[in-house]
Design a protein around this ligand. Structure first.
Ligand code: BGP
Length: 481
């Protein structure tokens, strides 16, 4: 038998986010959060970019699937038991900020919200599942947007620091692995999720996006500081959306464009969070967006914080690659996970136009490790699909197994290349609401949940074919694929 390349302590598991599965959107004192008011539907991205979008609930016009999610809030014991049955070594989830600070700016946390995560974490530990916590995953208390204008306002740094302190102090003895912000770099394409910015409150002025990022970098550094002061052994990571970026051809103009797209889309945030300082290309990147350094508010003390409190590891999501051409404007384009590009003739796409590219994951791992020499954690990967459930309540999701197998092989190849990879947590290990469409019908899970786009269903859980497959992948430490 071939020796597995996966280290013995490799963190196999799965990943979710509070706002996409918990439901119970006003239960036990939870406040409204940004995703609670984002309309569902394929044109969600356009709606929030309408000039008059004002974060109001429009319940006559839209259903908001995340208001019920998969009702994980009331099913978490059953769900974690299923994760344990698959043999999860870890489980990545997020803490809903609006459960802990319903308005975001209170002095004292909401004890009922904390109680939920007390139970969730204890349930993981009961099965020796290592909790991996994203402090902020696309979920900002709505009041922080309405009253303060979202992350472009420096006051958010203090509110985030309070939130991070409360959860770190409460759980540091139970949770070793943390991430400060989910896909922090995604604001370049869709700032509403992470930064609370839409057109009507400043998303169309790039200065606001860069200011919001700076404020988040400072918040992230403060969280690292709090964590390391509580226990130097805590591991706090950044989390970036990584789309391996190719030039369409060997034309040097396109090669240069790909390099610059890499800097802007993949590296800018990680460079600051991992290396502790703004990269050399910052001024030229800002200039491209007609922003000057003097337009931004920052202090020497903040820059010192960034330098001192860098992250311990790099978490990233990888779904697809992106291809760039600036010389040919007539090439067909593809959608991608927020980062689009021109169609790559060597790749096939998912139904949502995300180009499936396992070799791109091996390249991503090598690029990130070459650049930073820090442990890497693949904290999201997977195939969104419309699953067909038969009368026996079975989903034969061979397409998902194929996708995951190819990507696990890519991780194994990268390990053989010498890259340090800590773990793998496929996205949406149990079906949940999609971030980009706000719908239930785009599913990623090993576990099917009977609920539709209108929140209707029995909420029963059913194991898909991929459930048994992933179980034996974990059991064999990545050998039986
Ligand atoms: C990432 C997000 C997740 C998740 C995933 C899949 O960008 O971190 O929250 O939803 O993508 O995307 P989608 O749900 O749009 O298919």
């Amino acid at each position: 038998m071939m020796k597995t390349v996966f280290p013995q302590n490799f963190l196999w598991g799965g990943a979710t986010a509070a706002n996409q599965l918990e439901g119970a959107y006003l239960t036990d004192g939870k406040g409204l959060s940004v995703p609670d008011v984002l309309p569902e539907g394929k044109d969600r991205l356009d709606i929030v970019n309408a000039p008059d979008y004002d974060f109001s609930l429009d319940e006559d016009k839209y259903f908001y699937p995340n208001h019920v999610g998969i009702d994980h809030y009331h099913h978490f014991k059953e769900d974690i038991a299923l994760f344990a049955e698959m043999g999860f070594k870890c489980y990545r989830f997020s803490i809903a900020w609006s459960r802990i600070f319903p308005q975001g700016d209170e002095d004292q946390p909401n004890e009922a919200g904390l109680k939920f995560y007390d139970q969730l974490i204890d349930e993981c530990l009961k099965y020796q599942i290592e909790p991996v916590v994203t402090i902020s995953h696309y979920e900002l208390p709505l009041n922080l947007v309405k009253k303060y204008g979202g992350w472009k306002n420096k006051r958010l740094i203090d509110f985030y620091e309070n939130f991070a302190r409360v959860v770190l102090q409460r759980y540091y003895h139970k949770v070793k692995y943390w991430m400060t912000f989910n896909e922090i770099n995604s604001a370049a394409h869709f700032p509403v999720m992470g930064q609370g910015l839409v057109k009507s409150n400043g998303a169309d002025d790039p200065k606001n996006i860069f200011q919001a990022w700076h404020n988040q970098f400072v918040g992230s550094a403060k969280a690292v500081k709090i964590a390391h002061e509580l226990d130097p052994k805590l591991q706090v990571g950044c989390m970036i959306l990584y789309a391996t970026t190719y030039s369409y051809d060997a034309n040097p103009e396109n090669q240069l464009a790909a390099l610059q797209a890499n800097q802007a889309n993949n590296y800018f945030c990680a460079d600051v969070q991992v290396r502790g300082h703004y990269p050399a290309y910052t001024k030229s990147l800002l200039a491209k967006h007609h922003v000057a350094l003097s337009d931004l508010q920052y202090t020497d003390a903040e820059l010192a914080l960034l330098a001192q409190y860098t992250v311990d590891y790099i978490g990233f999501s990888y779904y697809m690659s992106s291809t760039v051409s600036v010389t040919q404007t007539d090439l067909p384009r593809v959608q991608g996970n927020l980062v689009g590009g021109v169609k790559n003739p060597f790749l096939k796409s998912s139904a949502w136009g995300w180009e499936v590219d396992p070799t791109g994951l091996r390249i991503a791992l090598n690029e990130l490790y070459d650049r930073y020499e820090k442990p890497l954690f693949v904290v999201e990967n997977g195939l969104g699909a419309i699953d067909q459930i038969d009368e026996q309540h079975y989903v034969a999701d061979d397409y998902r197994i194929d996708y995951l197998r190819d990507h696990i092989q890519a991780i194994a190849a990268a390990l053989s290349d010498g890259v340090s990879v800590m773990g793998y947590t496929p996205w949406g290990c149990i079906d949940l609401v999609s971030a980009s469409t706000g719908e239930m019908s785009k599913r990623y899970g090993f576990i099917y949940v009977d609920v539709d786009n209108h929140g209707q269903g029995t909420f029963k859980r059913y194991k898909k074919k991929s459930f048994a497959w992933y179980k034996q992948v974990i059991e064999s430490n990545g050998q039986n694929l």
